[in-house]
Write a protein that binds this ligand. Structure first.
Ligand SMILES: Cc1cc2nc3c(=O)[nH]c(=O)nc-3n(C[C@H](O)[C@H](O)[C@H](O)COP(=O)(O)O)c2cc1C
Length: 464
């Protein structure tokens, strides 16, 4: 159903028990978190109560940095996670309207198995499944899948392109009327309406057809993230949603126009992609209450964790430095950024370094800046202040919606749903009821008829 006016789309991204690295140490937060189905059920129910478009689950199939004593991963909660596609299959049975976007990589899955699993979950959920498509940039993941070193970006991305094409081809295996299931004639399947894909490409040979009926949405909404040229091209080719990690409105506007500017190359228009940057907020009914919440969680931050994360993001090792002294001259850190050691954007580190210098930040203050949002928009404030910022991003070409990243769960998500969403609704910026039954409908994406139906109707092909 078309909306009367443009409204925001919102996701709820649940990183284990929260985006703050110390979330698990708060007394009110369950330290078991992501290994407990009840935790996920609660998150899905909060999202659905808030009329949020989808629950988003980030993922990678390995631990990270556990062998490096400088990175204090042994003091964080986010290493353990259940396979998110399985989690959302369970959640689908317990919810009715909210969508689900689990993450899975095109480098470490095979398109037949994956199409089968995702089509199944789309049926299980009645058309509420999306996919955060990643190419597996984490070097430690490579070691779990028969590689000695990270798979080069070009190979990951050509494989991803072929992967999506195969998956969409498999989804189209069954025409809408391919299954007469006619008890009188005894004909279950109309052979003429079942399609063999017969794909033979650089990375995959797949005959098909898929042994699952076409998923209710036809094609699942695809989310991607990433700032490398390859990642942005992949987004422009296939993504319905681009999940960004920009910390300020200027950077978000640049990213918005850069990625949308590539769409026409793939025969797509600006409105075919929703830009949804991450947003992390500490909320209070007063500014003082919000600041207290942030201070309370920061007080639990082990300096080793803070220093390790700065190190991962191109800062020098500041182990042993007094927390309340000004940080050293970080000019040399810019040299280290030549050699990207993570998927993050070096320019963001540069901005943080410049700020540390300009404002004479101490190490403790640098932790405060870095831990609130880190590479995404981080806000500490009242619902009005947060809604003002979201409205500014939404109305000035920086965002079409947001992926909300609660710093701790479930309280951070409850605060957002109880305090910010009513304010957005009051301003007419967010829905008061789901418009559709499927995730595609709620996101306002066009229907996705099969490639065979499009060819028969002489419609142009869709990307992938
Ligand atoms: C906001 C954001 C979220 C991301 N989430 C994931 C994730 O959950 N799993 C993953 O493997 N990669 C994730 N990535 C990494 C990207 O998919 C991409 O691989 C990365 O930015 C590096 O780009 P490259 O693969 O072109 O080197 C994320 C990136 C960003 C910016």
């Amino acid at each position: 159903m078309p909306r009367a006016r443009r409204q925001m789309r919102l996701g709820l991204s649940v990183a284990s028990v929260g985006y703050h690295y110390t979330a698990w140490r708060l007394p009110e937060v369950s330290a078991i978190g992501s290994m407990d189905l009840q935790h996920h059920i609660r998150a899905a129910q909060i999202a659905e109560r808030g009329k949020i478009d989808f629950l988003f689950l980030a993922d990678w199939a390995s631990l990270m940095n556990l062998g490096d004593p400088r990175i204090a991963r042994d003091r964080e909660h986010a290493q353990l996670k259940m396979d998110p596609t399985l989690v959302v299959a369970a959640l689908a049975a317990l919810t009715e309207r909210v969508g689900f976007v689990p993450t899975a990589s095109t480098t470490y899955n095979h398109p037949y198995n994956f199409a089968r699993r995702m089509a199944s979950i789309d049926h299980i959920s009645g058309g509420r499944l999306g996919w955060n498509m990643v190419t597996g940039f984490n070097p430690e993941e490579a070691l779990n899948f028969s590689h000695d070193k990270p798979v080069p970006s070009d190979i990951r991305h050509t494989r991803a392109t072929e992967f999506v094409e195969v998956m969409h081809g498999l989804f189209d295996s069954w025409d809408a009327d391919a299954l007469p299931r006619d008890k009188a004639s005894g004909i279950y399947v109309d052979r003429a309406k079942v399609h063999f894909l017969d794909h033979a490409g650089e990375h995959f040979r797949v005959r098909g057809p898929l042994d699952v009926e076409r998923p209710p949405q036809g094609r699942l909404p695809i989310v991607t993230a990433g700032v490398s040229d390859n990642a942005m091209e992949l987004a422009a080719r296939f993504a319905d949603i681009s999940y960004g990690g920009q910390p300020n409105v200027e950077a978000a506007r640049t990213y918005y126009t850069t990625v949308k500017g590539k769409l026409h190359k793939y025969g797509r228009t600006d409105d075919e992609m929703l830009m949804m940057p991450g947003i992390q907020c500490y909320l209070g009914r007063t500014q003082a209450e919000a600041e207290d919440k942030f201070a309370r969680i920061q007080a639990l931050l082990d300096p080793k964790v803070g220093i390790g994360h700065l190190l991962l993001n191109h800062f020098p090792d500041m182990t042993g430095r007094p927390l309340d002294e000004q940080v050293p001259d970080l000019t040399m850190a810019t040299d280290m950024m030549e050699n990207r050691i993570s998927g993050r954007e070096p320019e963001l580190t540069l901005a943080l370094i410049r700020r540390a210098k300009a404002e004479n930040l101490t190490l403790r203050q640098l932790f405060d800046v870095a831990m609130c949002g880190f590479w995404s928009l981080g806000l500490i404030g009242t619902p009005t202040m947060i809604a003002d910022t979201m409205e500014e991003w939404f109305t000035t070409g920086a965002a079409d919606g947001f992926n909300v990243q609660p710093p701790y769960m479930p309280q951070g998500a409850e605060d957002f749903v109880d305090l910010v969403i009513p304010e957005l609704q009051r301003r007419g910026l967010f829905r008061t009821e789901y418009e559709g039954r499927t995730l595609r409908e709620n996101l306002g994406l066009r229907a996705a008829p099969s490639g065979y139906a499009r060819a028969a109707a002489q419609l142009p092909a869709m990307a992938g």
